[in-house]
Design a protein around this ligand. Structure first.
Ligand SMILES: Cc1ncc(COP(=O)(O)O)c(C=O)c1O
Length: 411
């Protein structure tokens, strides 16, 4: 029997090159059919990676679930709470799975993320960026009305007073952590007497409820080498932890001490005084984190790369190079390196413009032909996710679910 046009497309141009081996396979779906299946809510049974438009974002469910489980087990063993950072994935379906595995909520970096998580029923939110300006403050207070367990951070008395006034005007009490700066780097009150004084002042404001300290040392997260990273984090977290201890000594209600990153999760867990981990990238991983080195060697493989961009070979006119349809717009470009090819093995990638990337084929495990699907590990997961509307969740070749990146966007 002659294969249908779709079956021909699925078999692809391998078959065009060698028609004798063309074997009709399972039914193929185009994107219109996939959308119709999704709209009907009937799941997407039968859809495979080959059916997906490219470039697309893939979530490898086996790797993702292993990552979530590993971090959950680690925090349970370390007797620390886990409040993963949702800035990484901006996806409430992922947050639900993290909470399902034992997390007490999620951190968020923007009020938009907080609103999206709350709308999806996620509680225990900690907004780790300062809320300055009427827009953010009003939205935070609205959120607090709906979700009284929401927490925010402050690093300045003027902002604390604004939050206090807005909370009292709405009849709510806003939970607050003092953001203490480990490394003079981004936000946070300097550690020591300034941090303690701010905590005392916040504790006196009746619209705010002081709950603890936020101390995130992003500068430690990507220090190369486990021993070097450990020394870095211990050095810069020490003043934060001392500030927290000083607040406790004064009887301030600072039961929470939150911090850590994917790079320091098993380092900061040993720091005396920590009560919870706010790790983010571990769920998805990226090229950047793979390169920091782990306890056991040069590759950091505590967590598996779960996030890939799926691309298609759209031009192949040379033996040593092919072109895919994923370029600068398909990947975060904030690092001085690009994505790495996960499948097929032996290929290297270089940007070739907005919509194009080059594959160097010299060490390819197999012949690359037009229409081939290529999977690439993203350079930096957080900004990469923010480029896409959805992720296709796959197990092996099969697409099992489609998750909206519902907290996407900046406002
Ligand atoms: C405040 C804060 N906490 C936690 C994290 C999570 O860090 P990572 O993704 O390295 O685990 C980030 C990431 O940038 C962050 O900005």
């Amino acid at each position: 029997m002659r294969p249908s046009r779709r079956e021909w497309l699925r078999v692809g141009l391998h078959a065009a090159v060698a028609p004798a081996i063309m074997i009709p396979q399972a039914r193929a779906y185009d994107i219109g059919e996939i959308e119709a299946k999704l709209a009907k809510g009937n799941g997407i049974d039968g859809v495979t990676k080959d059916d997906l438009p490219t470039p697309s974002l893939l979530l490898d469910l086996d790797a993702f679930e292993a990552n979530v489980q590993r971090m959950a087990s680690h925090s349970a063993e370390a007797e620390l709470e886990l409040r993963p950072h949702a800035k990484t994935h901006k996806c409430s379906e992922i947050a639900k799975r993290q909470v399902g595995a034992g997390a007490l909520g999620v951190c968020v970096a923007t009020i938009r993320e907080a609103e999206a998580m709350a709308a999806a029923g996620i509680g225990g939110l900690l907004l780790t960026s300062e809320s300055v300006g009427l827009n953010k403050i009003h939205r935070l207070i609205r959120l607090c009305e709906r979700r009284p367990d929401t927490m925010a951070v402050v690093d300045h008395i003027d902002n604390a007073r604004q939050l206090d006034e807005a909370a009292r005007a709405s009849g709510v009490r806003l939970n607050v952590l003092i953001d203490v700066d480990p490394l003079g780097r981004r936000t946070g009150v300097p550690p020591g007497s300034k941090a303690v004084s701010l905590a005392e002042a916040v504790d006196r404001l009746s619209g705010l409820r002081l709950r603890g300290v936020h101390g995130y040392c992003g500068a430690s997260s990507h220090v190369k080498g486990f021993a070097e990273r450990k020394a870095h984090s211990a050095k810069y977290m020490a003043p934060v932890l001392e500030s927290h201890a000083a607040m406790l000594k004064k009887g301030l209600p600072v039961e929470i001490m939150s911090g850590a990153s994917t790079g320091t999760y098993n380092i900061d867990s040993d720091l005396k005084g920590m009560t919870e981990l706010q790790v983010g990238s571990y769920a998805l991983m990226d090229v950047d984190y793979r390169a920091i080195g782990g306890r056991g060697g040069d590759t950091y493989d505590d967590f598996r790369p779960a996030l890939h961009v799926l691309a298609t070979v759209i031009s192949k006119n040379h033996d040593d190079i092919a072109t895919v349809d994923a370029g600068l717009k398909a990947f975060a470009t904030d690092r001085d390196f690009g994505p790495e090819v996960a499948r097929p093995t032996g290929l290297t990638y270089a940007f070739r413009g907005d919509e194009h990337g080059a594959l160097m084929l010299a060490d390819s495990e197999r012949e690359i032909v037009l229409g081939d699907k290529i999977e690439l590990v993203v350079p930096h997961c957080d900004p990469n996710v923010n480029l896409y509307d959805r992720m296709y969740c796959v197990r092996g070749d099969h697409v099992q679910q489609v998750w909206e990146i519902d907290a996407r966007g900046h406002v």
